[in-house]
Design a protein around this ligand. Structure first.
Ligand SMILES: [Zn+2]
Length: 401
């Protein structure tokens, strides 16, 4: 049963840890990984967990070769934004208004939209996150697999991969695509029912280093170069309207995430984001030009900029494989869900995987308000999301490779 599965999975605390150098970043993720390996084997899949905590499963086609091999992926770790245990979920029938999560501590979720009225919600006691991100995805994949096998209906090769450390941006790092052996795939890590996400930011980081020159302030005339002030001057050369708090939808930004400075030395840390590849490249160029301008004012090598690309918009890849989207949309309609899509203002493991060679859009799970103590999941939407996964699995039999 889907919800029992979900409740079982969220009982495993699996917070990842950015400061850790190992993979998985936290030991505790392995406990869930081993459980999933065991369950996949019990369902009859060829499954194993590797030394980095990645769980692979494979269900061979029961209707011959020639059909596409499709992968389903979800991540096991949870965000470190809120505590991960003990998670005490409860089900409520939402009738409107604020949701009182915790009476003792007066922790409240603000009223949800009317579309949630009459739905059954899984909520927390306000002290932890729920873990629907992404254990809803895991539970839906497992539930669909179980039902697929029980049904005895035809299907092509089905591949499963549960990854650690997605929340710290490393989930796709050690996925072995050759071992997975899929033609295309879907991450189950989205929210509202019907969501198919295939556009994300192009992303880079920039490290700006400013060299100053320190002299006693009383004797500084014409000599001192104050690195901190030059850093501010550098920042002022970037467009002040193109920042996260003033942009939305397809608008990109420069985001100053950290800074430090003395007279001799200053540093600025930026992240650069844009859905459009050309605009993204232009933003990086602009950062270099700002450095040139400062160097013209204060001398060569006063400012250096180190740019590093982080990930790219998967739309570039997905556009070459439109059937990957079309098949998901068709499955959604067949299950009575309206497909919708909007650009992700962030990244996703699917983007990395797409550029590694596995076209991989992201599908809905029915979870909401991720990374928060107000995180909740809509049971009706989780059930539909699992139905959609099952439909995509069965549909493999009707397509040719
Ligand atoms: Zn997630």
């Amino acid at each position: 049963m889907l919800i029992e599965r979900f409740l079982h999975y969220v009982s495993f605390p699996t917070m990842s840890d950015e400061s850790s150098e190992s993979c998985p970043s936290t030991e505790k993720q392995l406990a869930l990984g081993k459980e999933l390996e065991k369950e996949l084997k019990e369902l009859g899949l060829d499954a194993h967990i590797d030394e980095h905590g990645y769980v692979y499963g494979s269900l061979a086609s029961n209707c011959g070769k020639g059909h596409p091999s499709v992968a389903f992926l979800a991540h096991m770790d949870t965000s470190d934004a809120v505590a991960d245990s003990p998670i005490k979920p409860r089900t409520i029938l939402y009738e409107g208004g604020d949701i009182l999560l915790n009476e003792e501590e007066n922790i409240v979720t603000d009223a949800l939209g009317e579309e949630f009225i009459g739905k059954h919600l899984l909520v927390t006691d306000g002290k932890t996150l729920l873990g629907a991100d992404d254990k809803a995805g895991i539970a839906e994949i497992m539930d669909a697999l179980e039902r697929l096998i029980k049904s005895g209906e035809p299907h092509g090769d089905i591949k499963i991969c549960f990854t650690p450390d997605e929340e710290i941006g490393r989930g796709a790092d050690l996925v072995d695509l050759e071992k997975l052996g899929a033609d295309y795939g879907y991450t189950l890590d989205g929210g509202e029912l019907g969501g198919i996400e295939y556009e994300n930011f192009n992303a880079a980081s920039a490290h700006v280093i400013i060299k100053g020159f320190s002299v006693h302030p009383g004797a500084a005339y014409g000599k001192m170069k104050n690195a901190s002030l030059i850093a501010l001057e550098y920042a002022s050369l970037l467009p002040s309207e193109e920042v996260p708090e003033k942009t939305k939808d397809y608008e990109g930004f420069y985001h100053l995430t950290d800074m430090s400075g003395s007279i001799e030395h200053a540093e600025l840390f930026y992240i650069i984001r844009d859905h459009d590849r050309e605009k993204f490249e232009a933003k990086k160029q602009r950062m270099l030009e700002a450095a040139k301008e400062i160097n013209a004012r204060y001398g060569e090598n006063t400012v250096t900029v180190e740019l590093k690309d982080s990930y790219y918009n998967m739309r570039e890849v997905i556009e070459k494989y439109p059937h990957v989207l079309e098949r998901a949309e068709e499955a959604m309609r067949a299950e009575g869900a309206d497909p919708w899509s909007s650009p992700i203002r962030g990244g996703t493991d699917g983007a990395r995987l797409s550029f590694m060679g596995l076209p991989c859009p992201n599908l809905c799970t029915g979870g909401y308000l991720f990374h928060s103590r107000s995180e909740f999941a809509v049971i009706e939407e989780m059930e539909k999301s699992a139905d959609i996964v099952l439909r995509i699995m069965k549909d493999t039999a009707k397509y040719e490779k």
